[in-house]
Design a protein around this ligand. Structure first.
Ligand code: GLU
Length: 431
């Protein structure tokens, strides 16, 4: 089983979406199940409704979960297993107060050293622990040996015990910390491979160590994806609009184009434009580049154009609020100059808008009168000749207002290419 484990604490970042897509893709490749686990144990940070939003977004991207679980529902297992570690003397109660710990952290900072737990409560005699009514957290004892694992993308990684430390697994309120809940849940769900962002690399030895301490000996594989950088070479953050999946969708990028682009960056794909289903055939997670991927909006726009052109015309028409195949085909003509659904919708709405022009006011009004009573023309040439004969306009006085009349714009695709798609709507358009 593979899994995607988002926290319902904010808008979905493109990095998270990439993680979801790749876990789903590899699950399909391996014929394994895909689990969605909402990591809601840090109650203070949860945002009401974000879980539903995540589920809807995944659905939009064609990701179907075989199972959905909420991490908080596993609380009793987290607590039982922490108790087991306590009984096995692999973990201990820590009575250090937040103030004590804060002071020690400050001191370490002043000395320019990373904070490590100093072991104050590590070896307290049972008598002092059992009768102690002071609030306590639970810490796991740091490992005695290095923890090593082989990341599918990054290769072999080794972590020294002191960098793992005696870390907290249950907080004072007995809620599990992220590392503990995650390690336990991956074990309970029989996860085979975890694909996630490289910001989690330092958590992995802790999670492996937790499971080892619990006696779980099945190896879980890991693949940590490099970060996605913005134009300035900095990690894409909330400040970059394009980092938000919601924002990209609102701009009119198609889910299939966003998915295509996210799979493409940081990977030598056999082609630039593809569908997710195709990528299942050839994507090899072990070949993901180790170096950070750079986000380029222009490239995403080009991929979006390609996916718009691949859409069924009726479907494209419906995305911009129309019903007919013709309008979908008309819309495709505009991918020369427009790259998102919103931009295309704008162009098509203009075609159906009431036209005006300061420069060609007279000509335009005359054209409108003529078209009102005109017969139907199959060919653009005949339509053009008819307008010319009826109005007597020539040269730019004919072509410029005619373009405005038919498209509501001063430029755009050739009128002769546009006409076949609008010829049945001329009376609606030329007003
Ligand atoms: N909730 C964590 C996150 O959203 C999950 C990390 C993981 O996949 O283990 O970053």
């Amino acid at each position: 089983m593979l899994r995607f484990a988002p926290s319902p604490t904010g808008d979905m970042h493109i990095g998270n979406l990439k993680v979801a897509l790749l876990n789903y893709l590899v699950a399909k490749q391996r014929g394994e199940k895909f689990l969605l686990r909402i990591e809601d144990t840090d109650a203070k940070r949860n945002i009401e409704g974000k879980d539903k939003e995540i589920i809807e977004l995944l659905h939009l991207f064609g990701i179907k979960s075989d199972e959905i679980i909420y991490q908080s529902h596993n609380l009793k297992f987290h607590q039982q297993l922490a108790t087991k570690l306590l009984m096995d003397k692999k973990a201990f109660n820590c009575f250090c107060t937040p103030e004590d710990l804060e002071n020690k952290k400050l001191k370490a900072k002043e000395e320019g050293k990373p904070f490590r737990y100093d072991g104050t409560c590590k070896n307290l005699p049972d008598s002092l622990v059992l009768d102690n009514e002071a609030p306590f957290s639970v810490r796991i004892k740091e490992p005695e040996e290095d923890i090593t694992f082989t990341d599918i993308i990054k290769g072999k990684l080794t972590f020294e015990p002191k960098n793992i430390d005696d870390f907290v697994i249950l907080r004072v309120d007995k809620s599990p910390t992220y590392n503990f809940a995650c390690a336990v849940d991956d074990m309970l769900s029989d996860i085979s491979l975890v694909i996630r962002g490289e910001d989690h690399v330092s958590n992995t030895p802790k999670q492996i160590y937790i499971r080892n301490s619990l006696g779980y000996d099945k190896n879980i594989e890991y693949a940590h994806l490099p970060v996605i950088l913005n134009n300035e070479g900095k990690k894409m953050s909330k400040r970059d609009d394009a980092s938000s999946v919601k924002w990209l969708l609102e701009q009119g990028f198609l889910p299939q184009a966003i998915a295509n682009y996210l799979l493409l960056i940081g990977y030598k794909a056999p082609k630039d434009v593809f569908l997710f289903e195709e990528a299942i055939e050839w994507y090899d997670i072990s070949k993901v580049s180790k170096s950070p991927a750079k986000f380029n909006l222009t490239q995403l726009k080009n991929i979006n154009k390609a996916h718009i052109n691949m859409l069924d015309s009726v479907k494209l028409a419906s995305l911009i609020g129309f019903k007919s195949k013709e309008i979908g085909e008309l819309a495709k003509l505009y991918t020369e100059e427009a790259s998102t659904i919103n931009e295309i919708k704008d162009k098509i709405d203009k075609i159906f808008s009431i036209k005006s022009s300061d420069e060609y006011k007279q000509e335009l009004e005359r054209f409108k009168e003529v078209v009102k009573d005109s017969p139907h023309f199959e060919e653009f040439g005949d339509f053009k000749t008819y307008l010319q004969e009826k109005t007597g306009f020539k040269g730019k006085n004919l072509f410029k207002p005619m373009r405005i009349l038919l498209t509501g714009a001063n430029g755009g695709p050739n009128l002769s290419d546009i006409y076949p798609h609008i010829k049945n709507y001329i009376k609606e358009i030329a007003r």
